[in-house]
Structures are given as C-alpha cells and as structure tokens.
Design a protein around this ligand. Sequence first.
Ligand code: PLP
Length: 443
Amino acid sequence: MSHVFPRNCRAEPPVAVGGEGCYLIDASGKRYFDGSGGAAVSCLGHSNERVREAIKTQVDKLAYAHTSFFTSEPAEALADHLIARAPQGIERVYFVSGGSEAVESAIKLARQYFIEIDQPERHHLIARRQSYHGNTLGALAAGGNAWRRQQFAPLLVDMSHIAPCYEYAERGEGETLEDYGQRTANELEAEILRLGPETVMAFIAEPVVGATLGAVTAAPGYFKRIREICDKYGILLILDEVMCGMGRTGYLFASEAEGIVPDIVTIAKGLGAGYQPIGAMLCAGKIYDAIRDGSGFFQHGHTYLGHPVAAAASLAVLQEFEAHDLIAQVCTRGDFLQSALERKLCQHPHIGDIRGRGLFRGIEIVADRATKVPFDPALGLAGKIKKAAFAEGLGCYPMPGARDGRNGDHILLAPPFIATEAQLSDAVDMLERAITKVLATVS
Ligand code: PLP
C-alpha cells in the first residue's frame, strides 16, 4: 500500500522510472510522449546532458547556503543572464521554488512598494476571471478560476476580477477583434474608477492564458491599452509568465509578443525545465530602488530562496536554449503543430477552436460548432480524453471549465522544444484517436 498522498485518491497512476528525450517511461516499460511537458514544464525533455552535469557539478561544490547569510555564484550568474535578456527596466530577480511562490512574492512586493513610496492606501489587486495564478492562498485569491476557488472562498482575500480577453467565446457578433480587445481592456479602467484609483496597487494577468483557458492569446492592442491604463493611474502591471514564459510562446519573455514592458514578471516551470524546482519574480529597477532606499528590506522570504543547485540547473537550461537556438525552433515547430492539428482536427464536428502561440496550443471542444455551446460538464469529457490519450501513449493537459469554471472543455499542448516534426505528427495522431474515441461515446 502506498503512503504517498496523491493528487487523486481514487486513481492509481503508473510509476515513472525513466525519461528519454521527449518520452517518459513507466515501470512496465511503456513510453509516453510528453505532449504537455507535464504542465508546460519539461521544455528540454527528460535527459538533457548539460543540465544533468550542471546539477551534479553544483551538488559536489555547494548544495545549499541560506540567503540570509550568503549569495551564491549560480544565483548571481542566473540573475545576470535573465536581466541581460529581460524587458527594458527590469533590473532585479528574486528566486523562489515555483510559480505560486513567485506570484505571492509579486503581490507582496507590489504592496510593500506602495508603502515605501508613501501611498499606503493602495492595496487592491485587480485580476481576470478565467485565470490561474497558483494554489497558495494569495495566488488562489488572485486567480479567477471559479472551480479552484470555490471551496476555499471563505479563506480568500477580496480581489476584483474583470473579463478575460477570450475572443472565441466572448467577442460580440459584428465586433472587430481590435474593438473587442479595447472593450475588454477598458474594463480595467472601469474597475479602477469603481474602487477608487488611489486604492489600487496592481493588475495581474497571464499574457497567454494557460491552464484555465487553454493557450488563449489576447486580441491585438489589448495589452498596449492595459499598459496605458496602468500608467494613467500609477498602477503596477504584473505579468504572470509562469506557464507562457521562458520560450514557451517563442519569446524568452512572453510580453515581448505584445510590445509592452511589465513592472513585475513571474516565471517558473520552463525556467528549471523540471530538472529542479525553481521560479522567480523579476521587478523594475524603480521598485527595487524604492525598497533599497526605503526600509532596505523586502519583508518576505522562504528557506529555499536562490537555491544554488536549482539556479545552476536553470542557468544550464537557458544556455541550452541559446546553444541550440531553441526559441526560434519553438516558433517553427509551433507553426508546424498548429497546421498538423488543423489538418487532422478541423473537420471534426466538435472541435471549436485551435489556437495558441509557439509550442503552446489549445483545442476547445464544443457540442455545437455553430453556436459554440459546450458539452454538458457532467460528461466529464476532459478527464476521459486525458485517460484515452494516456492509453495511446500521449501525455496532454485537458481541463474542464474554460467558459466559467464549470462549462467548456479544452486540451492544452506544450511539448518539449526539442520535439521533432515526426514526433509532433505522431502526437497529433494519438490525440485525434483519443478525441474521436471519447466523442463517439457522447454524440
Ligand atoms: N501561474 C500560472 C500562470 C500557472 O500556470 C501556474 C501553474 O500552473 C502557477 C502560477 C502556479 O505555479 P506552481 O504550480 O509552480 O506553484
């Protein structure tokens, strides 16, 4: 009998015993193509030599030194590497162990910044519905995923949620994409005015919405308008790139695609590529300076901040991106994957939308293509597709609730950057078989 407290107490997952390139191998020897990199994590696959070596070398040299006593060479080198490539004005990196910790750090930093600059009345955080920012209480409160929030609602601090920019489901008939983008961005201004501009500290959003919506990019001009509104009212813009950053959408920082610069960015997942647990919160020089010149101390911290082994692994991950020009490859393979999905699935009566950027793709399943009405959530489509795909030998990330936390089904794909065209084609074939099999039972 297992003593592990699993995610799902009623499921018995196979035991993963090995990893080779884009494949995971279980104890029976079965191989699974890692079509979602777990949850958009394993961007270099599972057997990268440079990263493995970097970890071993660092463990032999120095495994751990608490950051209240020391800094470390790997943390310094990784911070230099990130800042040299970060959006203009981003000057400091705060290393944590994952995405939720990065988001918690971002929220607390935003609050402390306004204390330091003598605007203590600013405390409201505005976020979006149908977003996910992590599972710790602060990050969960910021997230707009109704299902994930529901049972913990009494524990969550009050935050505002405006509409996402989700044109497939929410753009009005006859409304242009640009007009729709402006309309949804303007919801931020309306909410700021409702709360009182002098009380709002920050707005947080995923540049490409991952787990909750399934690789939804914003309408052109949406984020430019968001930046304008934040500037107009002196509000910090926090971009959560935990899933979509670090090359996943074809840019090291996902905000580059939108032509805007955030004040705070959160990253994780691909940063360590699964070889080590690591995340980071990066901030503008003006925020760091306010703290340095004010109290001199960010009132936050965790035991494993800036872990040397995690930082060494992460630096090796980022060096690997450049040594093999992998981010450029994400763009070409991403286009290939989109075309392969369209070719194989677009005639399917229940495939409503195939979308995304780079190697971050989403497929939305609907009961009726013309009306975009989703299937009854009681059918549990997402779970069934995940199971059927896994039986085929494909790991993918289906989720229910795209529309409102309950209705709507999508499948997220986030394969390793090293996946070949042949491997991506095979993955699409496996996915098509899984979808067809499951939908045959409900339509
Ligand atoms: N933010 C986003 C956008 C995410 O997708 C996730 C995880 O999926 C998180 C934050 C939380 O990251 P973690 O699971 O590493 O705590």
